[in-house]
Design a protein around this ligand. Sequence first.
Ligand code: A3P
Length: 296
Amino acid sequence: MDIPEEFRRRDYQMFRGIPLASLFVENWKRVEQFQVRPDDLLIASFPKSGTTWMCEIMDLILNNGDVKKCQRDAVYNRVVMLEFAGVTTIQPGTEVLSRMPSPRLLRTHLPISLLPKSFWENSCKVIYVARNAKDVAVSSYHFAGANILHPHPGTWEHYLEKFMAGKVMFGSWHEHVTSWWEKRNDLRLLYLFYEDMKEDLEREIRKLLAFLEKDMEEEVLKIIVQRASFQVMKENPMTNYETIPTHLLDKRVSPFMRKGICGDWKNHFTVHQNEKFDEDYEKKMSGTTLSFRTEI
Ligand code: A3P
């Protein structure tokens, strides 16, 4: 598993107004031509919002809580990322997915404007996971420090400015969460929040089951809640990204399963940064009914 030297720590490439890893941009034709199937299940999110958590939960649900089955591979192989490309020994997400039998479970961080055309024709079910901007900024700062697909994040102060300006991978958090939110009634879409999952995971899994029109025995539901807990996922090599080599994702800089809490932003934001962030946030989010909790 490797990434060519020239693509490591490289600046994002602007693609239709969105900063992306240049390896993803090079693969774009395949993404554009990708055939979504009506029975696909798509997990969508802005990065660091609890995507992996949702992937594990959905795989457990679809396999009826069969723990052994859900240990068959690392979570990023069980739920393939549509736009992923670049590791030389791994095929692009589009290629892996096109060979996969239905019903497929896939994930994306793409803003809604960049989805392939076939998504609008075949409109599969979508589960969108959103997390409050402050915790996402903190989590993505640590992740960018560890992951060589990102340019070096620099200082926290510098990174936070970039985050606010939407100059991070996949662009503006504000635009991402609101544009998916605005479409929630036009699509078969369930919009869930990381903070709600932290507060009561069983309740949120019940929402997923209703959305999927799936019955589940109470005992199985309990197993899923337990397997999807932060501690179990942190210790599980199939969910904690331990299987990604250190030269690609340096877990000494930051483990993938880092803290898994709501409100870690308070350990990072200065009073001044918080005020500035809030002011900018109010402006960008003023036109939406979407609201977030930054503590629970
Ligand atoms: P932190 O860096 O704040 O700890 P993504 O999968 O979208 O990249 O999101 C990663 C974030 O989700 C990380 O946040 C990670 O710790 C958190 N996460 C993953 N699994 C979780 C779980 N079971 N419970 C709570 N948070 C979880």
